[in-house]
Design a protein around this ligand. Structure first.
Ligand SMILES: Nc1ccn([C@@H]2O[C@H](COP(=O)(O)O)[C@@H](O)[C@H]2O)c(=O)n1
Ligand SMILES: C[C@@]1(CO)OP(=O)(O)OP(=O)(O)OC[C@H]1O
Length: 159
């Protein structure tokens, strides 16, 4: 069995707005996230983890932020592209683990919907999708509430 692991990391800054989109789930919040797309930092991170496992570059190489086509785009497009690429290369997804780093919004109440949404986009069973969160104990840019950071790991396998 050929097993590949990839990691991802992304950050988006807070800006004006009344909600954030994380793992495709709209969460009411006193601020929004700034980005060329919908700024779904969690889906971007999972996308990068899959591209990393495949050694196929990163999300910005596949979807340049200079391309007006992706202005305001829903980020499930990027994740689906990475999953399709994995399938084309003969790999199937095994599991995804994602850690969202922010003081607010609280992720726990939305985590199951996020897992379900990532499962819907990737075709993974919800038991194979982990979404969790931590604060940074009020330290650094996430601690000051300036943005959200995200880490993800993806495992792919070829039988
Ligand atoms: N945005 C967040 C941050 C944390 N959580 C949950 O709270 C727990 C405690 O956080 P610590 O940073 O003090 O370890 C954490 O394990 C998460 O369950 C959250 O839901 N949303
Ligand atoms: C997703 C893309 C797509 O235009 O834009 P952003 O929403 O700015 O996200 P980021 O993670 O900064 O970079 C990847 C970009 O290519």
């Amino acid at each position: 069995m050929d097993i590949r692991l990839g990691n991802g990391f992304d950050v988006h800054a807070f800006g004006p707005g009344d909600h954030v989109v994380l793992c495709g789930v709209k969460i009411p919040h006193e601020k929004g996230l700034v980005g060329h797309s919908d700024a779904d930092v969690a889906l971007h991170t999972i996308t990068d983890a899959i591209l990393g496992a495949l050694a196929q570059g990163d999300i910005g190489q596949h979807f340049p932020p200079s391309d007006p086509q992706w202005k305001g785009a829903a980020s499930d497009i990027f994740l689906r592209h990475a999953v399709d690429l994995a399938q084309t290369m003969g790999f199937e997804m095994s599991n995804v683990d994602c850690t969202i780093i922010c003081e607010d919004p609280r992720i726990g109440p939305h985590a199951m919907r996020m897992r379900q949404e990532v499962g819907r986009i990737t075709g993974l069973a919800v038991e194979r999708v982990s979404v969790k969160a931590t604060t940074s104990e009020r330290l650094g840019f996430t601690g000051r509430g300036e943005g959200i950071a995200c880490l993800a790991t993806a495992a792919l396998m070829k039988r």
